[in-house]
Design a protein around this ligand. Structure first.
Ligand code: MN
Length: 492
């Protein structure tokens, strides 16, 4: 099986230059040796997993460094020696990507949140706060966007093989995918990945609802499909007469997004017009508007349902023309019209941009023009605005903040340069004012030690301990400094 997978992977890498393919072959050998004898929980050879992750990214035509990093992504366990080795054998980029993926692997939902049955209101709010922080942390810790792409592909493969896990773990991984990975994919404009991830979590998290939605929609879907085949042939004739080259696809809606739409419409399937969508892909933007005109001259559009996302893209960069018409036999039907590039962008978002930017070197988009950068910036702003007033509006959120864990797995965000003392006050003023020592990642450290992203920090307290004046020389947050000053004044 490994041989077959390796062959498939190498076959799908034809878009890469020969020296990069050679590097990928070396990565496969290195990972093969590292995972030798290791098995997945399903019992299959461990190496099959990283190979499949690489294949997902190869289908997106990502660069050789990303493919190598995907193959090596589970190789690093503890030692720095492995990172050094990867840097020497492959490249600094591959080493950084693998390192980033390993670090992101530490970001997990707290076990106690799962399974998540009928939470109280305050619990729900706390849960949302935690997951939002985790999403922020995820982005903040991945300086290179390719790290996130590898991690999303990694999660996709893990979800595809989730049946092998025991129930509790399966629930945790599915919930985490739902709360962290699918929203991330969405925000990065990777609609297809968001859809695939959600459809994999749906039967695990809401098995009864999943069955209900499927039983409700499947009969309607097959009759819709037959109907749309007829519509498709009519449109094809019209377009070829107009001399427009087009590809027309008939595609069913993802199950989870169908389910959410059903909830919005009183569980009434007849109100869902895009159960199966007709998607028309054409070479140019001009063609898009021409196709819209041709459809409207044949069938009357529903008022208020024409959406020009080409002139006014969605916040995540999505572009298309949508229209809903009284179609053949008076049936209400939605059409989506877009260029091939828009299509690729809609399905693969950031990855598409990355890919197009790499390929079309001649166009030379300045970095600030890349939509994913804008998208991230927009997302950042939105997140900053979501923060409650107490935390203030941090515009430079990602640059100036670090994220650390409590021993219970809660995430705290602190300014860059924050120390164990800041962390102690951040948990509770009493913990700060009785702070006697600190452990970072299990090791005792000086209180003035600066914390790093992803550190697990534990504070040791003692009743007799009290703030020292020299804490002011390294405490970073206003909260800690204020409390220390207050305590010192009270002592004199
Ligand atoms: Mn993995």
């Amino acid at each position: 099986m490994l041989n077959k997978l390796t062959k498939t992977l190498l076959n799908s890498l034809k878009y890469l230059p020969p020296e990069q393919i050679a590097m990928v072959e070396r990565a496969i050998r290195t990972a093969g040796a590292a995972h030798h004898g290791q098995k997945r929980e399903s019992g299959e050879e461990y190496l099959s997993h990283p190979l499949r992750v690489a294949l997902i990214l190869a289908d997106l035509e990502l660069d050789g460094n990303s493919i190598c990093a995907a193959i090596l992504h589970d190789v690093i366990e503890k030692s720095k020696a492995e990172t050094k080795f990867i840097k020497k054998e492959f490249s600094a980029t591959v080493a950084n990507l693998v390192d980033g993926v390993t670090k992101l692997g530490k970001i997990q939902l707290k076990k106690s949140w799962l399974p998540f049955v009928k939470p109280k209101k305050e619990e729900l709010r706390e849960f949302e706060r935690q997951t939002e922080t985790l999403r922020k942390m995820f982005m903040a810790m991945s300086k290179d966007i390719r790290v996130v792409l590898i991690k999303i592909a990694d999660r996709l493969d893990n979800m595809r093989t989730i049946e092998a896990l025991e129930k509790e773990k399966r629930l945790r991984v599915a919930r985490e995918t739902q709360e962290i990975y699918a929203p991330l994919a969405y925000r990065l404009g990777m609609g297809e990945f968001k859809g695939m991830l959600e459809d994999l979590t749906f039967p695990i998290l809401l098995p009864q609802e999943y069955r209900w939605a499927k039983e409700l929609a499947i009969p309607e879907m097959s009759s819709r499909r037959k109907y749309l085949e007829k519509v498709k042939r009519m449109i094809e004739d019209d377009l070829s007469r107009a001399g427009i080259y087009a590809e027309i696809h008939i595609r069913a809606k993802h199950w989870y997004s169908l389910y959410k739409k059903l909830l919005k419409h009183d569980r009434d399937l007849s109100k869902i017009y895009d159960l199966i969508a007709l998607r028309i892909t054409v070479p140019t933007i001009e063609d898009c508007y021409n196709v819209l005109g041709i459809i409207h001259s044949r069938w009357k559009p529903l008022p208020g349902r024409i959406k020009d996302y080409i002139a006014l893209p969605k916040p995540n960069g999505y572009q298309s023309l949508h229209t809903t018409v009284f179609c053949l036999g008076g049936k209400i039907t939605e059409f989506q019209i877009r260029t091939e590039e828009m299509h690729y962008q809609a399905e693969f978002g950031v990855a598409a941009h990355w890919h197009y930017a790499e390929q079309k070197k001649s166009i030379k988009l300045p970095k600030s023009k890349l939509i994913w950068v804008q998208e991230l910036a927009r997302w950042q702003e939105r997140l900053a605005n979501l923060d409650d007033l107490k935390e203030g509006l941090e515009i430079d959120f990602f640059r100036d903040r670090i994220f650390v864990f409590t021993p219970l797995g809660d995430v705290k965000d602190l300014p860059v340069g924050a120390t164990a003392v800041d962390f102690a006050y951040c948990i509770h003023t009493d913990i700060g004012s009785h702070c006697a020592g600190a452990k970072i990642n299990g090791k005792m450290v000086q209180l003035n030690r600066q914390l790093q992203n992803g550190d697990m920090v534990e504070i040791l307290t003692s009743k007799r301990a009290k703030p020292h004046s020299d804490w002011l020389s390294f405490a970073k947050t206003a909260l800690a400094r204020g409390c220390i000053r207050k305590a010192l004044r009270a002592a004199t």
